[in-house]
Design a protein around this ligand. Structure first.
Ligand code: HXC
Length: 259
């Protein structure tokens, strides 16, 4: 597939990097971009050599939201019958390998929601997060009212959704929305460093860890704990667990074969 609205590349033969590429529109998200993003994510997920994926934007914008020029013309019937935004907007949720969002500049509306669909967010010090839909006479439609409270708690999520204000990188880190903040010129290096660390671990174990953490946001604590325990037990069936623990015991570096 050839891409027009994203750029795709591989680093060190094991990290897939997807860069949103509609700079003039601050990476505003439309169906074509999301179709391309979905296809690229699925291709990396299916590629045995890829251990981790990075999703990023430009220095000025990760993504400034869904394309308002498209939505402005929508009727209720268009949105409801067309099931806006189910079509390929949440493909990222189905990806089993880790996806890191490397965010600089604006991550607003659907852009903030897209970042929150990733497994964790590394932010540049110029990052700005927000759910400004209220200013447009609407509300978040791709998880902003659900994932933001889980990330930052009710009070701050309400503040963001009701006032439409932006949160800077420092506030986002304090609130737990992002895992790390780095200088803008160090963002790609930091994200790649994290992705390389992850890629060197057992892919099976990494996928299991991702699945287990995601379970924390579904269902009850006791169900989540049982899910975690059974996954933990099952990992003793892998060659990678044998390798990891043998390497520790024999004071050598583990070499995982993803089996
Ligand atoms: C379409 C957009 C856009 C968007 C920016 N642009 N955001 N086009 N959809 N979401 C365009 C502008 O129209 C402008 O085009 C160009 O990008 C540069 O933007 P400026 O406004 O000139 O830049 P600046 O003054 O730096 O302001 C940056 C900004 C502002 C604060 C990010 O652009 C802004 O407020 N954007 C809208 C943010 C927003 O409301 N997002 C939520 C959308 S609703 P021209 O042609 O004039 O150069 C949403 C719902 C999700 O996401 C629902 C489920 C998916």
């Amino acid at each position: 597939m050839t891409y027009e609205m994203i750029e795709v590349r591989v680093e060190a033969e094991k990290v897939g990097i997807i860069t949103l590429n509609r700079p003039k529109q601050l990476n505003a998200l439309n169906d074509q971009l999301m179709d391309e993003l979905g296809a690229a994510l699925k291709a990396f997920d299916a590629d045995e050599k890829i251990g981790c994926i990075i999703l990023t934007g430009s220095e000025k914008a990760f993504a400034a939201g869904a394309d308002i020029t498209v939505m402005a013309k929508f009727t209720f019937a268009d949105a409801y019958k067309g099931d806006f935004i189910t079509r390929n907007w949440e493909t990222i949720r189905t990806i089993r390998k880790p996806v890191i969002a490397a965010v600089s500049g604006f991550a607003l509306g659907g852009g903030c929601e897209l970042a929150m669909m990733c497994d964790f967010i590394i932010a540049a010090d110029n990052a700005k997060f927000g759910q400004p839909e209220i200013k447009l006479g609407t509300i978040p439609g791709a998880g902003g009212t659900q994932r933001l409270p889980r990330a930052v708690g009710k009070s701050k999520a309400m503040d963001m959704a009701l006032t439409g204000r932006m949160m800077n990188a420092e506030e986002a880190e304090r609130a737990g929305l992002v895992s790390r903040v780095v200088a803008l010129d160090k963002l790609q290096e930091e994200a790649l460093g994290a992705a390389l660390v992850i890629s060197d671990y057992s892919q099976i174990t990494v996928m299991a860890a991702k699945e287990a953490v995601n379970r924390a946001f579904e269902g009850t604590l006791s169900d989540g704990l049982m899910f975690e325990r059974r996954l933990f037990h099952s990992l003793f069936a892998t060659a990678d667990q044998k390798e990891g623990m043998d390497a520790f015991v024999n004071k050598r570096k583990a070499v995982f074969t993803h089996q």
